[in-house]
Design a protein around this ligand. Structure first.
Ligand code: PLP
Ligand code: COI
Length: 339
């Protein structure tokens, strides 16, 4: 039974669904598959490691309804592995890939009526891994919870494929060398809220962060990776440990190379990016969002006429075409969810 919601009005916001998934373990026992339960509040100790010391990770992935009348994930094994790398970094027990994949499949199956029709949004799947047991000293929690909830979503930035205006921050950084910027630690996100709100109050869609060491090179756009295109060559910041290794980023690199474009992964200075022909940011939530302008201090650069660039649009069509199966899945990225 399709849900009574106006799919065309979906934004990137929470619509509570029916069912969530929960698995629990102590730090010493191996993970066992969890179970489905009604979506709702959880009970947690006030001394939980996640509440006191931020011992927590999240993931973000989407399930798409496709032209072949299937529901698919896009490279879910990559989300599973990224969460494992994050678990290692935050001293949590990694969830085995088979349990992760089985769990995300189960939650989508249980909420299947909430998956939007093809091309009108997607089901956003949010796995969480946290130190849920009580601990007072700064050390790993005695027990852990792996939870997943889902929600139908529309575009991350207002207006969908409309080009966005961005502001480079000279004052704030997202991640420092040796820190947690390269994993999806929950603690990476709250410090970005104030800079992001400040930029939005000035009419920008998001902040661009520069590297913490020299404030010279572009790292990320809020919670999305950055690309620019100059003379038909794509440039994206190399992964130095302070940048989240985006699965969309990795997919765009592979797709662009397959389409015959040169892709360079290296340090991308703000100055260079502002001399490029096109720019966009990308992520599961952001998909490919064209950048219309970048402002840095008194300097504002508009790309072309401020509308999505040609190569950006071609890549968007190719990526979303694979995800909704109007294009061939040449890399074997889709994972069918049995219904
Ligand atoms: N950068 C940050 C900080 C993110 O939180 C995300 C979202 O997951 C991304 C980039 C994009 O990664 P992905 O393409 O895997 O969604
Ligand atoms: C994603 O793209 O999935 C993200 O995690 C970005 C944001 C919603 C945190």
């Amino acid at each position: 039974m399709a849900k009574d919601i106006d799919w065309d009005k979906l934004t990137f916001s929470l619509t509570p669904t029916d069912t969530m998934y929960v698995a629990e373990t102590t730090g010493d026992e191996p993970w066992m598959p969890g179970d489905l339960r009604p979506y709702g509040n959880i009970s947690i100790s006030p001394a939980a490691g996640v509440l006191n010391y931020g011992q927590g990770l999240f993931e973000g992935m989407k399930a798409y309804r496709t032209a072949r009348d299937r529901v698919v994930f896009f490279r879910p094994d990559e989300n599973a592995r990224r969460m494992q790398r994050g678990a290692d970094r935050l001293k949590m027990p990694p969830v085995p890939e088979s349990i992760f994949i089985d769990a995300v499949e189960q939650v989508v199956q249980a909420n299947i009526d909430w998956v939007p029709p093809m091309g009108r949004g997607a089901m956003y799947v949010r796995p969480l891994l946290m130190g849920s047991g009580p601990v007072l000293g700064v050390s790993p929690a005695p027990s852990y919870s792996f939870m997943i909830y889902v929600t139908p979503v529309g575009p991350y930035f207002k207006g969908g494929m409309r080009a966005i205006e961005l502001l480079i921050s000279d004052e704030f950084h997202r991640a420092a060398p040796g820190g947690s910027g390269g994993v999806k630690a929950i603690g990476n996100y709250a410090p970005g809220m104030m800079p992001s709100k400040m930029a939005k109050a000035q009419g920008y869609a998001e902040v661009i962060y520069l590297d913490a060491r020299t404030s010279t090179y572009i790292e990320e756009v809020g919670a999305a990776n950055f690309f620019c295109i100059k003379d038909k060559v794509l440039y994206t910041p190399e992964l130095t440990g302070t940048i989240l290794p985006g699965i969309t980023r990795d997919s765009i690199i592979a797709l662009a190379r397959h389409m015959g474009y040169e892709v360079v992964e290296e340090k991308v200075s703000a100055e260079f990016a502002m001399s490029a022909d096109e720019a966009f940011c990308c992520g599961t939530a952001a998909v490919i969002s064209p950048i219309g302008s970048i402002t840095h201090g008194d300097n504002k650069v508009t790309y072309g006429d401020g509308t999505p660039g040609t190569i950006t649009t071609t890549l968007y069509d190719k990526l979303t075409g694979i995800q909704n199966e109007t294009e061939e899945d040449i890399f074997g990225w889709l994972h069918e969810i049995p219904l």
